[in-house]
Design a protein around this ligand. Structure first.
Ligand SMILES: *Cc1c(COP(=O)(O)O)cnc(C)c1O
Length: 378
């Protein structure tokens, strides 16, 4: 797609995917059918066998996960400000107080010491984000949360298919959430999922996805009402991912490993080509990390990020900035959150620019981006 606009991310959809969706459209089950479980089981092959619950978006997945964790008004959630607003917004909607802890200077992932310092007796969840697809310090964060009687939630919207110290993303945190938005690593158009490592968390996630409906007679209060009967014990929502979209997901999962390899190749090509360019800093990979690179976060030094962004956009290169620190959003500012509270996140934001990265990019596309950066830097 050389001469045209190069987006920062885009889906990879092939005829096989289209066929899979069309087949479901011709069948009996557009939603609530057998394709949902098939997608959940297929996804679990990439979470080390941890069971998953398919939902309508990554945002719904976070809402479901915080509900499953039992978040209520008065609870605190310690999280990273270097993420999409949904990581915090969904916990806020359940009444939690969000406590932002700063990120590591190099990876922009939640810093263990900062998270520890932010915890109180009211902390119910520590929510880490695998920024750009590089897993957070999941082992240490898991222990930190559990020592305080809290749970670890991992927002893995960027990192499905990645692993940390040999363990797949989805198998470490108590609750792991995924997004299948088109720019992410695999897509169902809109969609998401929650992986849960305990039966009780899994049950609560299934319940919230489907109105809290109880169909199992042995669990019902009025089991003799009739064969039609189902009852609600706790409120929930309709966050069901339809079979039509699960079919796309099942088909995409077959190429997840190929997506990961191509993303890693592009990432490595950028790293090699940009290593000796003055005024930029390339991303790190920590020992133990096997990232699923969703973003290529380049750092532009010397206060030139904004100018670089405009230069690349003018050249038809669809760069992005991920993310403004979440507490800069007016909704948090209005609640009294002040700028300056997480200096590493703010410094990272001031330098960050996400270069185009998606599996169907050619090497020529990558070189075109590199050339445009060199033109600016030189
Ligand atoms: C994309 C994303 C979400 C939200 O996912 P949607 O599917 O767009 O609702 C949440 N957290 C992070 C880190 C994301 O990148």
């Amino acid at each position: 797609m050389s001469a045209d606009f190069l987006p920062y991310g885009r889906q990879s959809v092939v005829e096989e995917d289209i066929e899979a969706v069309a087949e479901v459209l011709r069948g009996d089950w557009l939603t609530t059918g057998p394709g949902v479980k098939r997608f959940e089981e297929g996804l679990a092959e990439y979470t080390g066998g941890t069971p998953t619950v398919a939902v309508t978006s990554g945002t719904a997945a976070l809402h479901v996960a915080y509900y499953a964790a039992g978040i209520e008004p008065g609870d605190e959630v310690v999280t990273s400000p270097m993420t999409f607003v949904a990581t915090a917004a969904t916990a806020s909607l359940l009444g939690a107080k969000i406590v932002f802890a700063d990120v590591e200077e190099d990876t922009a992932n939640l810093d263990v010491a900062a998270a520890k310092a932010a915890m109180t007796s009211r902390t119910k969840v520590v929510a880490a984000v695998d920024y750009a697809g590089h897993p957070a310090e999941l082992g240490q964060l898991h222990d930190l949360a559990h020592e305080a009687g809290a749970l670890l939630l991992e927002d893995a919207a960027h990192s499905v298919g990645g692993s940390w110290q040999g363990r797949p993303v989805g198998s470490i945190a108590d609750l792991t959430t995924f997004s299948f938005f088109p720019t992410k690593n695999l897509t169902t158009a809109e969609g998401g999922a929650v992986a849960a490592t305990s039966d009780e968390l899994l049950r609560r996630a299934f319940s919230f996805r489907n109105h809290g409906l109880v169909r199992d007679k042995s669990a019902q209060r009025f089991p003799d009402e009739g064969a039609w009967h189902q009852e609600v014990h706790e409120f929930g929502l309709n966050y069901r991912l339809p079979d039509v979209l699960c079919a796309l997901g099942i088909s995409q999962l077959r190429r997840l490993t190929a997506f990961k390899l191509r993303r890693a190749e592009i990432h490595a090509r950028y790293n090699a080509a940009l290593a000796d360019v003055d005024g930029v800093r390339t991303p790190v990979t920590r020992p133990g990390a096997d990232p699923m690179w969703h973003l290529y976060p380049l750092r532009v030094l010397g206060g030139r990020r904004h100018a670089m962004f405009d230069h690349l956009r003018a050249a038809g290169i669809g760069v992005q900035v991920n993310y403004i620190p979440v507490y800069w959003h007016p909704v948090f500012a209005d609640l009294g959150y002040r700028r300056g509270m997480c200096p590493n996140a703010e410094a990272f934001y001031a330098e960050e620019i996400s270069l185009p990265l998606f599996p169907s990019m050619t090497d020529d596309d990558v070189d075109r981006v590199v050339d445009a950066i060199r033109t600016f830097a030189g």
